[in-house]
Design a protein. Structure first.
Length: 278
C-alpha cells in the first residue's frame, strides 16, 4: 500500500483497475482488508481505491492524534483531493457511513453516488461491548495482552451472523494487538461522539445524489430498523435487505453483496455495459 502524509498522520491506501473511480470506506474496528476482495472483483471496470483511516489498519496510530468523526471526514476530504478525484462513487460500511456523509454534507465534496452498508450514520449505534469500552477505556487499555486478544477476537467475531473462519478473525484482530494496537482500539472507541450522528440525521434531506442502503437482516450491532430509518430520511434512496447476514455482510453474504455492488455501480455509471438509465 502507498501512504499519504496528512497533518502528521500516515494514511495507507491502494489503487487498482481502470474506469470510473470507486472509493471504499471501512468502519470500526475494521480496515480496508474487508473491502479488498470486492474492490479487486470490480477493478476490471472501475478504478478502485482503498484506504485505512488514521488510527486503523496499516495507517499510523499515534496516541497524540485525534480519531473522531470530524477528523476522519477531514482526512477523507484531503485524500480525495490528493487523488484528484471528481465525483467518485463511494461505498461505505459501518463508521465509513458517517465519515462519507459528513464529507459530502458538511465539507461539500460531491460524489457520483453513495452506497451505504450497515452504516453508522444516525443514532443510536454501538454494540454492548462498544458501550462498555466507552465507559471504561482506560481500564480496558491496561488489561494483560492475552486477555485483550481474547476480548478483541470475541468482539470482531460477534459482528458476524455466521461463524467466521479463524483466518478471518486473525486478520480482523491483528491491527489491534501489541503495544501500538491495544491502546489504539480503546482510544478510537473513547473518541466516538454520537452528536455527529444526530447532526447528520438533521442534514439527510439535503443529500442530492443517488443513494443505496444495504443492510444485513441479522445485524445485532445496528438493527435493520435503523437502516430503514436512514434510507427513509434520504430523498430517493433505495433500501435492500441482505438475508442471513449480520453486521459483517462482507463475510456473511459475500456473493449477495458483490452482486448488489456491481448492479448498483453499473446502474449509476454512464457508458458501462449493462447500465440501466435512471
Amino acid at each position: 500500500m502507498e501512504t499519504f502524509d496528512w497533518q502528521g498522520r500516515r494514511i495507507a491506501w491502494d489503487r487498482a483497475g481502470s474506469g470510473p473511480p470507486v472509493v471504499f470506506c471501512h468502519g470500526t474496528p475494521w480496515s480496508s482488508w474487508l473491502w479488498r476482495p470486492f474492490a479487486e472483483a470490480l477493478s476490471g471496470d472501475f478504478t478502485v481505491y482503498l484506504w485505512d483511516m488514521p488510527g486503523y489498519g496499516r495507517s499510523s496510530k499515534d496516541a497524540g492524534h485525534e480519531v473522531g468523526f470530524d477528523v476522519q471526514a477531514e482526512a477523507f476530504r484531503a485524500l480525495l483531493a490528493h487523488w484528484e478525484l471528481d465525483r467518485p462513487h463511494v461505498v461505505a460500511h459501518d463508521y465509513g457511513g458517517v465519515v462519507s456523509l459528513r464529507t459530502n454534507l458538511v465539507h461539500g465534496v460531491p460524489y457520483a453516488s453513495l452506497l451505504l452498508v450497515d452504516a453508522v450514520a444516525i443514532p443510536p449505534s454501538g454494540s454492548p461491548f462498544f458501550q462498555l469500552v466507552k465507559e471504561h477505556p482506560d481500564v480496558l487499555a491496561r488489561v494483560p495482552p492475552y486477555i485483550h486478544e481474547a476480548l478483541v477476537r470475541a468482539y470482531v467475531a460477534n459482528a458476524s451472523h455466521r461463524e467466521l473462519r479463524e483466518a478471518d478473525v486473525d486478520e480482523l484482530a491483528a491491527p489491534w494487538l501489541g503495544e501500538e494496537g491495544q491502546p489504539a482500539l480503546y482510544r478510537q472507541i473513547a473518541a466516538y461522539d454520537e452528536s455527529y450522528l444526530a447532526e447528520i440525521e438533521g442534514l439527510l434531506d439535503r443529500v442530492d445524489l443517488p443513494v443505496h442502503v444495504l443492510w444485513g437482516t441479522e445485524d445485532t450491532w445496528i438493527p435493520i430498523g435503523i437502516g430503514e430509518r436512514l434510507a427513509a430520511g434520504i430523498p430517493g434512496a433505495k433500501f435492500t435487505p441482505i438475508r442471513d447476514a449480520g453486521h459483517l455482510v462482507q463475510l456473511d453474504a459475500p456473493v449477495a453483496l458483490a452482486t448488489e455492488l456491481r448492479s448498483w455501480l453499473t446502474s449509476v455509471s454512464p457508458g458501462l455495459p449493462g447500465r440501466v438509465e435512471r
